[in-house]
Design a protein around this ligand. Structure first.
Ligand code: SF4
Length: 441
């Protein structure tokens, strides 16, 4: 059993608890998959640089983030986690709020960090641990007048007033579902109740953010991919639902790493990493490209095709949609072309007003990937190339299906949007608001 150590200096604790943070899947944007830690900044031999990560923010931009756990003690036993109570994860320790706030401010004043990402194992109870995390953030804001970036993890099952306080203090909040439904979560995290401990808290948080009752701009979530035997369809259906109903800004996906791997090198095989990558692509199609969940392509075992990117898979099932006319089609239709993203589509629409595009090469300056658009586009009725996209010459692989029909219970209703995406409307039919669908319960 791992040993709890009290008599450590602040720096020794940082070494343990930032190192721990690399393996904590609760830290959604912390990429510690490889031994080298691909998110690390600068020279990893420098003690300071062992604790600080350059981190992409959900809405864009970067901060140099101190990613740390309040404590790596945990009473829970999630099967995918290195810190489960029954695991021997090495040395266990924890910060006092005053200690962590003072350490952070030392780095901040030295210009080494400009953000804090704070998560924790559950020491004693969720409420007690969250109280320490909130106190740390409160000290930073009130005692030290730190006005920079704080990301707080919402622990499962905390009190409503703690959620409210976290919203007042943090710029971002994350609450990780880890699995797409109650049944899946039960298999990997038996101590957490999907509806009561997670979805309910996510609802409170989302509502407070939506009403602008604090400084938190957005809420994110994460799924561990693989350990509960969930399908890609299971995950993406829940992702779509939390975007509609729980004011989630974006989702992260973390391919399962075997926590019993003694070298902690991840135990993540190539296919799992590719699956994680494809889930990110599907998620991006739904959030930024106007794709709907029913547009996503799955095989007959509800998996995303691994060897074809999701947009090309959709194109393969809809050859009649092409060619798309660069000078006449809507921005939404342009984004259905492989090789054209949201930025290049909006540039095309803006620039063609003055100067219609004539040749494929003209598109280069818009950022299109020309090697991928070939055969999918035309210019004012004139085909860009006599070539067909190579995939169109073949039948789609057996079992692929697109246009997933929403479940009956979601069918009645009207157009919906992803409210936290602000302005992106998705056309889709659904039933009453705020009911947890049966597949998710
Ligand atoms: S609650 Fe689960 S995932 Fe989070 S630290 Fe504890 S064992 Fe790990």
């Amino acid at each position: 059993m791992a040993q709890f150590i009290r008599s450590l200096t602040g720096e020794e604790k940082l070494d343990i608890l930032t190192e721990s943070a690399r393996y904590d899947v609760c830290l959604a944007t912390c990429n510690g998959r490889t031994g080298g830690g691909s998110g690390r900044m600068r020279d990893p031999s420098s003690p300071l640089n062992r604790w600080i990560y350059p981190t992409a923010l959900p809405g864009g931009g970067m901060v140099h983030m101190l990613k740390v756990l309040m404590s790596n003690v945990c009473v829970n036993n999630c099967s995918y986690c290195f810190f489960g109570a029954k695991r021997n994860c090495g040395r266990r320790t924890g910060f006092r709020p005053e200690e962590l706030a003072a350490l952070f401010m030392g780095f901040y004043r030295a210009g080494e960090v400009n953000g804090l990402f704070l998560s924790s194992g559950i020491k004693g109870s969720s409420d007690e641990t969250m109280a320490d995390m909130i106190k740390t953030a409160r000290l930073l804001r009130d005692r030290y007048h730190f006005n920079g970036y704080i990301h707080l993890k919402i622990l499962p099952g905390i009190q409503e007033d703690q959620v409210r306080e976290a919203i007042l203090l943090a710029n971002r909040i994350s609450l990780n579902l880890e699995a797409p439904s109650r049944a899946h979560l039960e298999k990997i995290a038996p101590d957490k109740a999907f509806g009561r401990d997670l979805l309910k808290r996510m609802d409170w948080t989302g509502e407070l953010i939506r009403r602008g009752e604090g400084r938190t701009a957005s809420q994110t979530t994460q799924f561990v991919v693989g350990p509960s035997g969930e399908s890609d369809l299971d995950i993406l259906r829940t992702v779509d639902w939390v975007y509609r109903e729980r004011y989630i800004f974006r989702s992260y996906f973390s391919a399962y790493q075997n926590p019993d791997d003694p070298l902690r090198q991840g135990g993540t095989d190539k296919d799992s990493l590719l699956r994680e990558h494809r889930l990110y692509q599907c998620d991006f199609l739904m959030r930024a490209y106007g794709f709907r969940f029913p547009d996503l392509v799955f095989d007959d075992e509800n998996r995303i095709p691994l060897q074809t990117d999701p947009k090309t898979a959709w194109a393969l099932l809809h050859p009649d949609f092409y060619p798309v006319d660069i000078n006449r089609s809507s921005e939404e239709d342009l984004m259905r072309v492989p090789g054209i993203g949201p930025l290049s589509a909006s540039r095309i629409v803006e620039w063609r007003r003055e100067n219609p595009f004539r040749y494929e090469e003209d598109l280069k300056k818009t950022g299109c990937v020309l090697s991928r658009t070939k055969g999918y586009i035309e210019f004012s009725g004139r085909k860009s190339s006599s070539e067909q996209p190579p995939l169109f010459e073949a039948e789609p692989p057996r079992g692929w299906r697109g246009g997933q029909t929403p479940l009956e219970e979601e069918k009645i209703g009207t157009t919906y949007e992803y409210p936290a995406q602000k302005g992106k409307t998705v056309n889709y039919l659904f039933k009453g608001k705020n009911t947890i669908p049966t597949w998710c319960r």
